[in-house]
Design a protein around this ligand. Structure first.
Ligand code: FES
Ligand code: FES
Length: 195
């Protein structure tokens, strides 16, 4: 019967024999990501046409901020969780970080820069000022774009105007500063003014 020492020696010998030395191991094939080449992309934003050359993987958010210079739309989480990147596509609110720029050719994109008209703030922008509806302001462009669409949605749905309804419909837009009561008050004020 083998003693403990000889058992361990033979076991180690087996392990050593079955291990392939690192230097001789076959190298795993390295897969290189191949980026699709840029292609022409035509976007219509805030009433202006932009002819861009973008890789198909570029998000609408990056197209706005990095390629067009419209940095009012903010990048918070970059994964659809905070709403800081909310813009309007044909009047519907979307998270610009979750969608590709190439998917929005032929649509009317509106960002926070496009809400004021003829030098006049949009009613929601004015109301956010009057109701102190922001602190750091980082979430504010997304909040205002989202609220712009919300007012149209509520009008179309004939939905009631309770604070709970506004809060529920704005729940995709987070505010780390906790300005929620003021945000709701600003939205309510504009909705009441519109009747
Ligand atoms: S940056 Fe798009 S949802 Fe947060
Ligand atoms: S005002 Fe600072 S995150 Fe909303």
């Amino acid at each position: 019967m083998p003693d403990r020492r000889s058992f361990l020696q033979s076991a180690l010998a087996v392990v050593g024999a079955t291990q392939v030395p690192a230097a001789t191991a076959a190298a795993a094939p390295v897969r290189e990501a191949v980026a699709a080449p840029p292609r022409p992309v035509h976007l219509h934003i805030n009433g202006r046409d932009y002819q861009l050359s973008l890789e198909p993987r570029v998000t609408l958010l990056d197209a706005l901020r990095e390629h067009i210079g419209l940095s009012g739309t903010k990048k918070g989480c970059d994964r659809g969780q905070c709403g800081a990147c909310t813009v309007l596509a044909d009047g519907r609110r979307i998270n610009a970080c979750l969608t590709l720029a190439v998917m929005h050719e032929g649509q009317r994109i509106t960002t926070i820069e496009g809400l004021a008209q003829d030098g006049e703030l949009a009613p929601l922008q004015q109301a956010f000022l009057e109701h102190d509806a922001f602190q750091c302001g980082y979430c504010t462009p997304g909040q205002i774009c989202s609220a712009t669409a919300l007012l149209e949605e509520m009008r179309a749905d004939g939905a009631g105007l309770s604070d709970a309804e506004i809060r529920e419909r704005m729940s995709g837009n987070l505010c780390r500063c906790g300005a929620y009561p003021h945000i709701v008050a600003a939205i309510r004020a504009v909705a009441l003014r519109r009747g």
